[in-house]
Design a protein around this ligand. Structure first.
Ligand code: GCU
Length: 437
């Protein structure tokens, strides 16, 4: 609930952007006055059908893979995230900037690789890898984008400071939209790298702004979008990808690199993970790119794991003004019209099936509708069953700090919108269960 205040702190620019609209939806840059946090005010709703054919039909599994799955992906593209272009601009040139087998007191090998997307516009995805030195074979890996540059994920002095445009953030000392030394290691708690390495996992991360700057005055000129424009096109069409689509595309390019060039990572065991807007991104990346072996959403909320139709916490009309560019243009048509959306987010989650999926919520993160995140996971479970797996093992929304899991895992952590050691403990246990047994 303090989140919009946090959002405003993140950038001086956003203040200019939010204030004119705040009279409408963000009074005092605090939570919008029309936000519903009462369960009693959740409208009666009916979720659009996930599976059309009778699951006892002998063709039901083939129908899912060949018909329904592609249909759902198209619906989510058309109405929520926009279509990701399929032109293959690769293979991209890569440059190894650093490789140090003695990182983290000798426990890990650190690599920094630049995946050059467009040399003429100095567009590259600067990938940071930590690989566990003790691994007996190719290691499983967590892959996720970060908000403010690789140097924020650990205090390791060798991590390059990201030189690109960044949202201002007074808390971590980002002034003039550039990161400096003050940001080194500020988000180490969110990444728990030593813990991952000790448990035999690799980490792969890059700054989301390498792919598309998360600029609230977004005009689709500075990230990867222009690489795909037709002649004379200057912004995506209303059914084409927004920033989330671009970030998800970037995650797939990072995975390409691992598949092609990093033998220390088991490319079949890459878990894509993200927090908040980057949790929405991890879900969309995992839904589209079935090479991701496991998908984790941390507090992704509206436009992520939460059901739109509950109209609880953040809603489409709250996002459209400040961050509509995360989605496709068509998405704005459903402002105040959630019940008319041809999709809901159980469909996004079902696209991950039969691969393991973990959804995490937090008690004080009501803006993200924790219960709606749980209910979407529950509503996605029939597709897991169709494909021979158990989705969520129970229908009851669990109490705080009581994880439940089968092929879908879920927990409601006590506390704020954040990624904590507690969250990672659950992700590691879940990944061990699916990758190591
Ligand atoms: C805001 C936004 C959320 C988003 C979050 C974040 O709170 O309203 O939709 O998840 O920012 O990414 O931090």
């Amino acid at each position: 609930m303090k989140r919009l205040t946090k959002l405003a702190q993140e950038s001086s620019r956003i203040i200019f952007f939010i204030i004119p609209f705040s009279l409408l939806s963000f009074p005092n840059a605090a939570e919008p006055a029309d936000t519903n946090y009462e369960e009693a005010n959740v409208p009666e709703y009916r979720l659009p059908k996930l599976i059309k054919s009778d699951i006892r039909n002998p063709n039901a599994v083939t129908d899912w893979h060949e018909k329904r799955r592609p249909e759902l992906e198209t619906l989510l593209e058309t109405h929520v995230y926009g279509k990701t272009p399929t032109n293959d601009l690769g293979p991209f040139e890569t440059r190894m900037l650093d490789s140090d087998p003695q990182a983290l007191k000798g426990k890990a090998t650190r690599k920094q690789i630049s995946i050059i997307i467009d040399a003429s516009r100095q567009l590259s995805i600067d990938l940071l890898l930590y690989l566990p030195n003790e691994a007996k074979g190719p290691a499983p890996c967590f892959m996720g984008l970060n908000f403010y540059g690789n140097q924020t994920v650990h205090a390791d002095p060798k991590i390059q400071i990201n030189p690109r445009w960044m949202r201002g953030n007074t808390q971590i000392g980002i002034k003039n939209n550039r990161a400096t030394e003050t940001t080194r290691g500020v988000y180490h708690e969110r990444w728990q790298i030593e813990r991952l390495i000790d448990r035999g996992y690799a980490l792969a991360t890059a700054y989301c702004g390498d792919i598309d700057p998360d600029n609230y005055q977004h005009d689709f000129t500075d990230g990867v979008h222009p690489l795909f424009y037709r002649k004379e096109q200057s912004k995506p069409d209303s059914d084409q990808w927004g920033a989330i689509g671009a970030w998800a595309w970037g995650l797939s390019r990072m995975l390409d690199y691992i598949i092609e060039s990093e033998t220390a990572i088991n490319a079949d065991q890459v878990a894509v993970i993200g927090h908040s807007r980057l949790g929405k991104t991890a879900l969309w990346a995992g839904a589209q790119d079935q090479r991701f072996g496991l998908v984790i959403s941390n507090n992704s909320g509206c436009g992520g794991a939460a059901l739109y139709r509950r109209e609880f916490g953040e809603r489409i009309h709250h996002m459209i003004k400040p961050v509509g560019y995360w989605f496709c243009g068509n998405h704005a048509r459903f402002a105040h019209q959630e019940q008319a959306l041809p999709v809901d987010q159980h469909m996004l989650l079902a696209l991950v099936a039969p691969r393991p999926l973990y959804i995490a919520s937090a008690t004080k993160d009501q803006w993200a509708d924790p219960k709606g995140e749980f209910l979407a996971a529950l509503a996605a479970s029939p597709v897991y069953e169709l494909l021979g797996k158990t989705g969520l093992p129970t229908q009851q929304w669990p109490k705080p700090n009581t994880p439940i899991e089968d092929t879908i895992g879920y927990h409601l952590r006590d506390g704020d919108h954040a990624v904590t050691a507690y969250d990672w403990e659950q992700y590691l246990r879940f990944a061990d269960r699916h990758f190591k047994h």
